[in-house]
Every structure is written in C-alpha cells, then in structure tokens.
Ligand binder design. Sequence first.
Ligand code: ATP
Ligand SMILES: O=c1ccn([C@@H]2O[C@H](COP(=O)(O)O)[C@@H](O)[C@H]2O)c(=O)[nH]1
Length: 322
Amino acid sequence: MAASVSRTIPFLLRQQAARRFTTATTKFPSTTTTTAALRTTRVKNYHNKTFTRNYASGGPRGGETAGSKNPFPVYPLVAIFTAGSLGFYYLVQSRKEPMPAIEDPKDKLLVSPPVTKKPAFGKGEASVIFVLGGPGAGKGTQCGNLVRDYGFVHLSAGDLLRAEQERPGSDFGELIKTYIKEGRIVPMEVTIALLENAMREAMTTQGKSKFLIDGFPRQMDQAVKFEEDVCESSFTLFFDCTEDEMLKRLLNRGLTSGRSDDNIESIKKRFRTFKETSYPVVEYYRKMDKVIDVKAMDTPQNVYSQVKAALKDRLSAEIKTP
Ligand SMILES: Nc1ncnc2c1ncn2[C@@H]1O[C@H](COP(=O)(O)OP(=O)(O)OP(=O)(O)O)[C@@H](O)[C@H]1O
Ligand SMILES: O=c1ccn([C@@H]2O[C@H](COP(=O)(O)O)[C@@H](O)[C@H]2O)c(=O)[nH]1
C-alpha cells in the first residue's frame, strides 16, 4: 500500500503539470484522429507549433470532447489517490502496537503494609518492669526485696542463660558459655525465648503476672523485639552506680559466686559492653519518660527505701503495697 502511494504522488504532480499545459493549449485549436487502440491528438503549443499526442485508448473521456480543457482522467485518479491514502492511513493505524498501560507509581505499594502483630501477653494479662544498671550495681539484690514485699516474679536474664548453659542437651550451652565469659550479648532470639517461656510458666503454674525482668534488654533491638513479641514494659528501674564501686562489689562477689565472669578481665569487658550497647536502652526509655532513677551507691537498705518510694505512686495503680 505504501509503495502504491509513493508511486501515486509523483504521478499526480505530473498530472498537475499536464493540466497547466493543457489549459494553455486550449487557446489553440487541436484535431483528433482515433483508431481502435490509439488515439492521436494534434495540438498546437504556445508557439503555435503543431505536435502530436498519443493516448493509449479511447477518446476524450468523462464527458470531455476533443479539445476539452483536460486530456487526463483527473477524477478517477483523485478518487484512487484518496482511497489509497485512506487505506494507507488505516493500515498504519491498525499496525501500531497498542499503547502499553503506564502504571501510576502512586498505585504501586513501595513498602509492604505493616504487619500488625500482637505481643504474646497483652496489658491486661501481664505487666513487666525492666531492671537495668551496670554489672554489680545491685539489681539482683533489690529485685529480691521486691519479690519478698510485692509478690513479683523475678526473672534475671543472666540467670536464665546460665541455667540454659548448664541444661543437658542444650543446643546453646557452648555459645552461652563463650558469650558470658567475654561479656558479650547472647543473640536475642535465645534470651527472648527463655524469658517468654519463664513468663508463661509462672503465669500458668503460679497464676502470677507481675514480672521484674532483670538485666534485660541489654541492646536496643532486644527492647524493640521483646515489646513487639512478648509484652510491653510498664517502665524501667535504673540503678546508677560508678564503675569503681561496681568493680569492688563484683570482685568481692567473685570470691564466692563461682561465676566465670566475676574476674577483672571479664568485668572490664562487661563495663565496656554496658556503656556502648546497654546504656542507650536506658536513654531510649528515658526519652519516653519511662525511667525511674535510683542512686545505687548507698547501703542496700537505703537503696531499697528509694526504690519503694519511687515505685509507690507508679505501682499503686496496679499492685497493692503491703
Ligand atoms: N548497695 C550495696 N552496697 C554494697 N554492696 C552491695 C549493694 N547492693 C548489692 N551489693 C553486693 O554487690 C554484689 C553485686 O550485687 P548484685 O548481684 O545485686 O548486682 P547486679 O547488678 O545484679 O549484678 P550483675 O549484673 O552482675 O548480676 C553482691 O555481692 C551484693 O551483695
Ligand atoms: O539479656 C542478656 C543478659 C545477660 N547476657 C549475658 O549474661 C552475662 C551476665 O549477665 P548478668 O545480668 O550480669 O547476670 C552478660 O555479661 C552477658 O554476657 C546476655 O547476653 N543477654
């Protein structure tokens, strides 16, 4: 089709030129002699010279008479050209690839919708107080007092890990042993699973639901994961003590504790881990106004007095004081 159009266009240009020429020659008379196959027309040009034009067949057509203005069959050719052009146009249109659908970026979900996962224990089922502070700050000692007086369940993450380390057949025994000696933080999946199991057991076997979680979370991701998966914390008790005092207490405890990390090398590593990794958790909760600060440099009794006073208001809502 395209080829036929490209042939038609030069033809029409020639035809136009011929029409101009023919118009000019009408000023001059012409004579026509016709045979069956060939029609010969004798015409005069601008210079009044006579010459002969041969036509392939027939005489002047389309109502033309010999000597009419246009010797070419213009109207059929225009019709053919128009039909050809239209055909070409529709052919091109039909061959065009359909426009691919352009997706609106707004319709694309760039981020998966948040999965709304509930913690294992809701607010009404369990309450959790985190107990944080440097190694040897006196957390375990004060938790003992609170258990005695308030009926909390005390879950020390370090104690749970040590128990798991000793459990026959544990997959994590060797790993925990190494991490504790080096003062490093055991992968949170292990610790969180131990805590959740212990909570569930206390709830089902003792019917208890108020927990002091001691020495955990020690790292930001642990805090986030625990609150997402297990239970949201009510607040954090933070025992503030100097390194010198903690070192003295730990070395003293090391005389009888049998703990693999109550020695000077391990203690230094534990201090470093606390400063770099664990203290940011306290700062995180402080920004949320969820920290109760306790000055832990005093005697155990005086420290406990502070603890009771600080807790009184916050606990009165949920726990009966003795
Ligand atoms: N206020 C205090 N003054 C002096 N010694 C204390 C005081 N509180 C606790 N201790 C003693 O310090 C040692 C460490 O105390 P505790 O075990 O309670 O600390 P902790 O913060 O739980 O330590 P860790 O994080 O290593 O488990 C213990 O021997 C304990 O008897
Ligand atoms: O959440 C935790 C708690 C503890 N650890 C490891 O245990 C030791 C001892 O912890 P204590 O609280 O002093 O008993 C600690 O140095 C860590 O190595 C832990 O990895 N994650």
